[in-house]
Design a protein around this ligand. Structure first.
Ligand SMILES: [Ca+2]
Ligand SMILES: [Ca+2]
Length: 184
């Protein structure tokens, strides 16, 4: 715990970050520590990290959606300290389910057309199963199955409210959409 102590953040700033996020004080200090290490001691409010630096963190390195996560939480292809905190907050244990669902939808809307469509579903399935060579038949079966369960208006894609409804019936989702440690 003591390792995470860092004195270059003012007490009031720490309190403010705590009020604005779902993170604990210690989590904020840990992330601050990592951020400072990666930006080589520059003043954290002025420094940014590249997407490569963030997606190489142990917390994200093995996540099959790390490119999408970085896309959704970065601004202008870089991460400010507050961008990193925002990301950590959404993935924290205490973040409210509706916030997690909102960001999950943005992460899974891979072609960014505002819906989770068949194209997105195929990529999501490939990544989750870690399989490039799933047969076309099996893929169609899986996407049809998901759509049959969740596509309530039969337009072959999931709107945000259809996705939200499906996720609320899926108790595993909340525990999987979580990152417990950001340490290096
Ligand atoms: Ca889409
Ligand atoms: Ca639909």
């Amino acid at each position: 715990m003591g390792m995470c102590l860092s004195y270059s953040m003012h007490w009031e700033e720490l309190e403010e970050y705590q009020a604005l996020t779902f993170l604990t004080r210690n989590e904020i200090l840990c992330i601050h520590d990592i951020f400072r290490k990666l930006c080589q001691g520059k003043y954290y409010k002025e420094a940014t990290l590249t997407i490569d630096q963030v997606s190489s963190l142990p917390a994200l390195r093995v996540n099959p959606f790390r490119d999408r996560i970085c896309k959704v939480f970065s601004h202008g292809d870089v991460f400010s300290f507050e961008d990193v905190l925002g990301m950590a907050s959404v993935f924290s244990k205490k973040a409210c389910p509706s916030l997690k669902i909102e960001y999950a939808f943005r992460i899974f809307d891979i072609n960014e057309n505002g819906f989770i469509d068949e194209e997105d579903l195929q990529i999501i399935i490939q990544r989750l199963l870690n399989s490039e060579d799933l047969g076309a038949d099996e893929m169609t079966k899986l996407t049809n199955h998901i759509l049959a369960e969740a596509d309530l208006d039969n337009d072959h894609m999931l709107s945000f409210s259809e996705f939200e409804h499906a996720m609320s019936k899926c108790p595993d989702f909340m525990s999987s959409f979580r990152i417990n440690s950001w340490s290096i």
